[in-house]
Ligand binder design. Structure first.
Ligand code: M6R
Length: 615
């Protein structure tokens, strides 16, 4: 997954592309590049590193004028991140230039054919193969660029979002997508191209999202034509009105997007249940669930597929669906599920969870389940994303854009949606009493205020972060609903601070990890009052007798764990089933402050990217 930006119109393209790349840097940031047509020739500047590095070198390398251009921020798949492998790539003649997000799986055989026809390659990328294939088709078949792109893409196996232009015909840009997102912003006689709408939101609110297997030819003064790549049929463009605001994608005074997004959680959770949780009427309204109630009620089981943090949200959902709605649930890594020939029945319901809605493995798992006749429900944050479109029905989390690579508000809002679903289904099935149901609604409505309260421990958490920032390893333990939170806490720490961390069910500690415990090992234990409190307290005693350093996440007013632990961080009391929405907050802050103290790039951790659109 990389970030793509393009512009054709009456403005200077350079600043639009550079600013756009900065907004898309969350998608990948190991190298960056730009190609501009300056009125007479094609100018390309690219480098390993960040968009800021590109700005520095392009100052010296190119004139920054021109009304047509494309830019790229990369997360390497083929070829190490270096200057040569950075995009854009030009064809052998130097006429055609391309940027590409995705993987061309059959690039090696295509490359050998091109080499046999005299083509040479500078980089290790599949992208350079594609642009030379397009050039070869254009010459051999004597066709225009759009046709050449179409013929070439029909020979390609893999996934892509591409943007191509010809320096001899700079009034035209050709774009195409299969498996990687691409949006075209429609302005007044100008067009913007981007992996998501954030690079052009201040210029236009009108956008077309290309569907898979579609391409578009965009001509200055003439407009846009969309075609199916396979059969060349024309597609009627559907122009969407964007809801996104500029403020939502800016840091708003915070040092990092991650910190901003942690603090946005009270609002994000409220936005998630707004209009759905009607406590006065004791109603939960979710159109996607209501319209498909029979599917849910007749389900043999629910299979949840997701990756990373979203998978952790799925694990929390497993507890709540089984606990309240008494529906059997299996939670699967999408990447394993799709490749292990799973048994899927027509009366299975598959719930796919994804913040970005673009994760390749989750998308593939959805397609597999659909092909077996299962009903597929999506829980996504990004409106109009591939997963949102591919599923039979769904519910958006309404968390607003999440830009920090480490998921925070995506996790808590996913849990909120899944909790609403479990409550609605348990009511429909009669597996919850009326008073229990009302209690849940009331408590859920109080969660945003309690998250605010949990955020007040900020200074205390910073103090603890300072003590443990130099640890080499860290354990996170939790039981029941808070076992997935332990996994999520460990993931947060390792991904942004690069400290090795493991999440474990507290009782499993005795079956191995206890061997790691000594006086240098910090162990974060989630020990809230509801649930298996006494059992967790015993686990804490076991750690203490091996001299481990204990950081307890406890319910306000807890005295017992305070006695045993080296530090405690309090969260307000709530129902056990809702406790992950609170216990997660200190773990997010702890990871954040440790990473900041270690001077790590919190929003763009090494080797990671926000959405993983390759398998
Ligand atoms: O967009 P998705 O929710 O499908 O992404 C899945 C994972 O890549 C993601 O949750 C990842 O683990 C987090 N960004 C880590 O904080």
């Amino acid at each position: 997954m990389c970030g793509i930006v393009g512009y054709i119109g009456h403005r200077e393209a350079y600043p639009i592309i550079i600013e756009g790349l900065k907004r898309l840097e969350y998608r990948g940031y190991d190298s960056a590049g730009i190609a501009l047509f300056d009125g007479t020739d094609l100018k390309v500047s690219k480098t390993k590193g960040k968009v800021a590095d590109l700005e520095n070198i392009s100052e010296k390398e190119i004139t920054k004028t021109g009304n047509v251009g494309i830019g790229h921020t990369r997360w390497a798949t083929h070829g190490v991140p270096n200057d040569v492998n950075s995009h854009p790539h030009t064809s052998n003649s130097g006429d055609l230039v391309i940027i590409h997000n995705g993987i061309i799986e059959n690039y090696e055989s295509l490359k050998q054919e091109l080499i046999a026809r005299g083509y040479t390659f500078k980089s290790d990328t599949d992208t350079e193969v594609l642009i030379n294939l397009i050039e070869d088709v254009k010459k051999q078949e004597d066709v225009k660029l759009g046709k050449a792109v179409q013929i070439a893409l029909n020979q390609v196996i893999g996934a892509y979002a591409i943007t191509v232009f010809d320096k001899n015909k700079p009034e035209e840009i050709v774009v195409a997508r299969l498996g990687s997102p691409l949006a075209v912003g429609i302005g007044e006689d100008e067009f913007f191209i981007a992996s998501d709408a954030s690079p052009f939101i201040e210029y236009t609110k009108d956008a077309i999202y290309l569907e898979d297997e579609e391409m578009a030819i965009i001509r200055f003064h003439k407009g846009i034509k969309i075609r199916k790549i396979k059969d060349d049929s024309l597609v009627d463009p559907y122009i969407q009105k964007l809801q996104l605001n500029l403020e939502e994608i800016e840091k708003g005074g915070y040092d990092h997007f991650m910190l901003k997004e942690i603090h946005e959680q009270p609002k994000a959770i409220t936005d998630t249940y707004r209009g759905r949780l009607l406590r006065d009427q004791a109603i939960i309204k979710m159109a996607g669930v209501e319209d498909n109630m029979k599917k849910f009620l007749n389900a043999n089981r629910i299979i949840i597929v997701a990756c990373g943090t979203s998978w952790h949200a799925g694990l929390v959902a497993e507890y709540i669906f089984e606990d309240l709605a008494r529906i059997p649930v299996e939670v699967e890594y999408a990447s394993e599920f799709r490749y292990r020939n799973p048994v899927i029945r027509e009366d299975d319901v598959l719930i796919a969870i994804s913040q970005s809605g673009e994760t390749a493995d989750t998308l593939a798992a959805i397609k597999l389940a659909k092909s077996k006749g299962a009903f597929v429900f999506g829980v996504c944050n990004v409106v109009g994303s591939s997963i949102a479109r591919e599923t039979d029905a769904g519910a958006y989390t309404h968390a607003g854009p999440e830009i920090g690579v480490a998921s925070t508000k995506a996790f808590t809002t996913q849990i909120t949606v899944l909790t609403l679903m479990a409550l609605r289904l348990s009511r429909a099935k009669g597996t919850i009493t009326s008073s229990e149901y009302r209690r849940h609604l009331l408590e859920l409505e109080m969660i945003p205020g309690k998250v605010e309260k949990a955020l007040e421990s900020d200074a205390h958490i910073r103090y603890i972060a300072d003590i443990y920032k130099d640890a080499s390893n860290c354990l996170y333990l939790g039981r029941g609903y808070n076992f997935p939170v332990a996994l999520e806490g460990a993931l947060k720490l390792k991904e942004i601070s690069y400290i090795h961390a493991e999440g474990y069910p507290a009782a499993e500690m005795k079956h191995g990890p206890i061997a790691l415990i000594d006086e240098n090992m910090p162990i974060v234990v989630i020990a809230t009052k509801k649930g298996h409190y006494e059992k967790v307290v015993s686990n804490i005693q076991e750690i203490k007798s091996r001299k481990g350093k204990i950081i307890g996440i406890v319910t306000e007013g807890d005295e017992q764990v305070k006695e045993l632990a080296d530090h405690v961080i309090e969260v307000p009391e709530t129902l056990e089933s809702l406790s992950p929405l609170l216990t997660t907050i200190p773990l997010q802050l702890l990871s954040y402050y440790i990473a900041v103290m270690l001077d790590k790039n919190v929003d763009q951790p090494r080797n990671l990217a926000k959405s993983v659109t390759v398998e």
